[in-house]
Design a protein around this ligand. Sequence first.
Ligand code: ZN
Length: 307
Amino acid sequence: MTRWPERVDVRDVGPRDGLQNEAPVPIAARVGLIDALARTGLARIEAVSFVRADAIPAMAGAAEVMAAIERLPGVQYSALVPNPRGAQLALEADVDAIEVVVSASETHNRKNVRRSVADSIGGIAEITTLARSADDAVPVEGIISTAFGCPYEGDVAPERVAQLAGHLIDVGCTSVSFGDTTGMATPRRVHDLLDALEAARVDITTIGLHFHDTRGTALANVLTGLERRVVRFDASIGGLGGCPYAPGASGNAVTEDLVHMLHDMGIDTGVDLDALIDCARLAQKIVGRELPSAILRAGARTRTHPS
Ligand code: ZN
């Protein structure tokens, strides 16, 4: 019986989402981490963000990072961009994919980018136009943050999230993913959102899910997604990133914990778990603190990777 997908696509967001929420580290360390991640077999890495250096010092030097990394064939190196100017810079740096973010919560969007959701969608339309006009059209993923709940508004209606996903596709996004920005998702909320997406005729097998382990639910949420045939998940090496809303709390789902679980379930990821664990050690060294990785603490013990 195939209860779960046979293969899952894991994107590591540690170099961007993770390091963005850590104290700035040298560019050479960021390059080293990205190159090490690429060699594990990960097919997608969120590498950089083209934001103003004064706004987010930890992400300064995105073009330098993109120029210095190894660019292994078969690996998609993506950049998050906040606006058309950032998209232009990302295209000049020859990124393989662009990510844009809009919040499902009007309040969160305004607090985050001082724009309404409608204005954000307008900006995204400009970005997709730019990306399509690149020499080789560059895919643009629309990320909906606070998709499972908002720190200001509380619950976010799944129907609203599904409607927003439709808007993102309408303005040219080539894929959509859903972020649990504040770690509020539980399997019930995941089911509710996937139900709403199905009702809105969004193909669940194409979406991505991005969970945070702030309240210990990240892998339970992934399992719920798997049982609904979701095959794309984000995670961060070592669990880099923490949680900007709750100092000391866990942030992103941990890549090696996720891959370890998937491998023991017989799900192929194309990733070498041992090499990934080495990357987690490297990430820990880079930030100079212990990261919330269960596999780093306990060691791997899977059917496919006995160690
Ligand atoms: Zn995240």
